[in-house]
Design a binder for this molecule. Structure first.
Ligand SMILES: CC(C)(COP(=O)(O)OP(=O)(O)OC[C@H]1O[C@@H](n2cnc3c(N)ncnc32)[C@H](O)[C@@H]1OP(=O)(O)O)[C@@H](O)C(=O)NCCC(=O)NCCS
Length: 164
């Protein structure tokens, strides 16, 4: 697994993943994403100092299989929120996300000098909760009924890893 700078060539595949409900709903995205909105988002990404994003590629074939990033980077409080997905379902459950999370956390602590990385995950997203726990994140609490979708309110867990 390698993390690569996120380039235009990665954006097209990403647009398809953002319209795949299995990938998008865990992020609270319920509406279809238009190509125009996606292109606008990509143009703004490089100017936004509160976000960093990498394409996840396989080390052998260099295949783009997912994405990972940090958002709400706050250099004053040295904190950020992490997110990740393996968009290509054939590459899930192969330990790729675990490696990617550990790598970006190490980058965040060493290079960005952050102290706290937080993950917000829907309480029924077992895969993601297990992933973050395996990567040393601890549950800190729950955000109750924070998200409304299909006639139901949903809870999120807040998990965090601190620099030791
Ligand atoms: C969550 C997600 C990123 C995991 O990616 P992955 O590459 O398949 O995960 P890994 O293979 O590295 O697995 C890491 C740990 O997560 C757990 N896990 C992963 N997929 C799981 C599943 N479907 N069910 C239960 N546990 C799962 C396992 O405990 C695993 O550790 P183990 O194999 O040592 O037991 C992937 O399922 C995904 O992209 N989901 C949709 C998007 C999403 O929910 N993103 C998280 C929101 S921040």
């Amino acid at each position: 697994m390698i993390l690569k700078a996120f380039r235009k060539r990665h954006a097209k595949q990403t647009w398809h993943w953002m319209n795949d409900a299995k990938i998008a709903i865990p992020f609270g995205r319920t509406a279809k994403l238009s190509k125009r909105s996606h292109e606008d988002w990509f143009r703004q990404l490089k100017h936004d100092k509160t976000k960093i994003m990498f394409a996840i590629a396989t080390s052998g074939s260099n295949k783009h299989v997912g994405n990972i990033g940090l958002k709400t980077i706050d250099s004053r409080h040295r904190a950020a929120e992490i997110w990740v997905y393996i968009g290509d379902h054939n590459y899930q459950r192969k330990g790729i996300a675990k490696k990617a999370v550990n790598q970006i956390v190490s980058y965040a602590f060493k290079k960005l000098r952050l102290h706290r990385i937080e993950a917000r995950v829907f309480e029924d997203n077992t895969a993601s909760i297990r992933l973050f726990k395996k990567c040393g994140f601890q549950k800190e609490g729950e955000l109750c009924e924070v998200f409304y979708h299909s006639g139901k309110f949903r809870n999120q867990w807040v998990l965090a890893r601190l620099k030791k």
